[in-house]
Design a protein around this ligand. Structure first.
Ligand SMILES: *Cc1c(COP(=O)(O)O)cnc(C)c1O
Length: 464
């Protein structure tokens, strides 16, 4: 007997009343495609020796697949990882006012490239350039899609077919495809390495410089740290020496902080204003790292150079959109208010005192214990991270709610939390599932409790 013959037809399956509700949100064609895919998978499993599902098995499997197909692919999650700028989870969350402005600008028409006073075409640079100049002290500013694009544009506009000297200690890979040597190549610049991996002196930059050199580039070490016998040239010294030779001094600051890191409890690193003040000609940084805004790449520095970037053909290809500009404008205005940074969600999360987090963890633990008495719930001191390739060495003291289930492993618990309507992303440590409270946002506690409530002691939980 061939069990494959007993696989129901696609239309028959979709006609089952038990699947009507799961199929309803999807257009018929989509539902057919989902069922066809599942049937094909079952056929493979049966061929490989697996059992054919019974009717209940089919219903559970297809209802699950239809539900997954019906929900948005890009949706919110609860960040219980303790990594504040989690690149995989979208980095910096925006505040309500920024979102309201994005909505206003995106839902209708806007002044994006229109000069209302003159009644004619304007420039999309106007929205934030002046604010950036004010918060950084630079002469001029330009915004593109992200910092990788900013670096690429800078090299293309200022160093194409020329040489750029970079310390061997700063040939960073940020993640994925962004490696400084490769970005250089794409920008048409020839990379000339200076110094050694652990130490680079001014004399090394001098020795690596030729007639063809356009610039000395400094790159923030971002996501790694060197310890021991190390040294890099201070940026003020580098800028002065570059200028003395008629060269440009450029800096990819990576995260780019506007607030002195000490105020945020972070390790010392130059703020954007300090880099500009040190004489760097152009500084690039991200919009959605320590700045706490939308994804963007920001370039600030000398006016003539910024104009070269704006005039480069690549500028159009890497420009950022109106929603980004709307959110960025709100953010930059905030930085201009006294202590306004305290209202930037990312910076607020970074600076929440551990005592506040302990209270939050206690309340969350109690709420979880109420709805899911089968779980063993406790609070644990943990270390949160800045993330986003920023401040790699800094451990932020934090508090997590730690969960154990009598009938499930930490791994199963982790998968259960991830599998809900709003995925909850935690981490496993010492056999416990940890939900770090540092990055939890208002409303997350309820999501967590709702997801954990069906968990009963034996593991035979209600629903999936
Ligand atoms: C993060 C980072 C980048 C890339 O920035 P994106 O905004 O993610 O494109 C480039 N350079 C450095 C040093 C970084 O830390």
């Amino acid at each position: 007997m061939n069990p494959l013959r007993d696989i129901p037809a696609i239309d028959a399956l979709l006609g089952w009343p038990e699947l009507a509700e799961a199929a309803a949100p999807l257009p018929h064609r989509r539902a057919v495609a989902v069922v066809r895919r599942e049937v094909a998978a079952v056929r493979e499993e049966v061929r490989a020796g697996g059992a054919l599902p019974d009717r209940g098995g089919w219903v559970a499997r297809l209802a699950g697949a239809l539900a997954v197909a019906a929900r948005p692919n890009l949706r919110r999650v609860v960040n219980g990882t303790g990594v504040v700028l989690h690149t995989n989870l979208g980095r910096a969350p925006l505040d309500r006012e920024s979102l309201a402005r994005v909505r206003e600008v995106a839902a209708g028409y806007s002044t994006l490239e229109y000069d209302v006073a003159a009644g004619r075409r304007g420039s999309r640079r106007e929205a934030v350039a002046e604010l950036l100049v004010e918060v950084t002290g630079a002469e001029a500013a330009y915004v593109v899609n992200n910092n990788a694009a900013a670096v690429l544009l800078m090299l293309d506009a200022l160093a194409h077919d020329r040489e750029v000297v970079v310390s061997r200690g700063e040939l960073v890979e940020i993640g994925g495809a962004f490696r400084i040597p490769e970005v250089m190549a794409k920008g048409g610049a020839t990379l000339v390495e200076a110094g050694a991996t652990n130490r680079t002196r001014l004399a090394d930059y001098q020795a690596a410089t030729t007639e063809a050199t356009a610039a000395w580039l400094k790159v923030h070490q971002s996501n790694f740290r060197q310890v021991g016998f190390t040294g890099q040239v201070a940026v003020a010294e580098l800028a002065a020496a570059a200028h003395a030779r008629g060269l440009l001094c450029l800096e990819d600051l990576g995260s780019g902080c506007l607030v002195p890191p000490a105020e945020l409890g972070l390790a010392p690193e130059p703020t954007v204003a300090e880099a500009v003040g040190a004489g760097v000609d152009l500084v690039t940084f991200s919009g959605d790292k320590l700045l706490g805004g939308p994804q963007a790449g920001i370039v600030v520095g000398r006016r003539a150079l910024v104009e070269s970037l704006a005039a480069d053909p690549l500028a159009r290809a890497v420009r950022c959109d109106k929603m980004t500009l709307a959110a960025l404008e709100v953010l930059l205005r905030r930085y201009l208010e006294a202590d306004g940074w305290r209202r930037v969600p990312t910076l607020r999360m970074l600076t929440t005192p551990v005592s506040t987090l302990a209270g939050r963890a206690r309340r969350l633990a109690a709420a979880i214990q109420r709805v899911a008495p089968a779980l063993a719930v406790s609070c644990r001191r943990v270390e949160a991270r800045v993330g986003g390739g920023a401040q790699a060495e800094v451990a932020l003291p934090s508090v997590a709610v730690a969960l154990r289930h009598p009938g499930r492993s930490a791994r199963e618990l982790e998968a259960w939390l991830r599998g809900g309507e709003v995925p909850i992303i935690g981490r496993i440590d010492g056999g416990e599932l940890l939900l770090d409270c540092r990055c939890l946002l208002p409303g997350d506690g309820k999501v967590i409790c709702d997801r954990l409530a069906p968990l009963v002691a034996g593991g035979g939980d209600q629903g999936s």
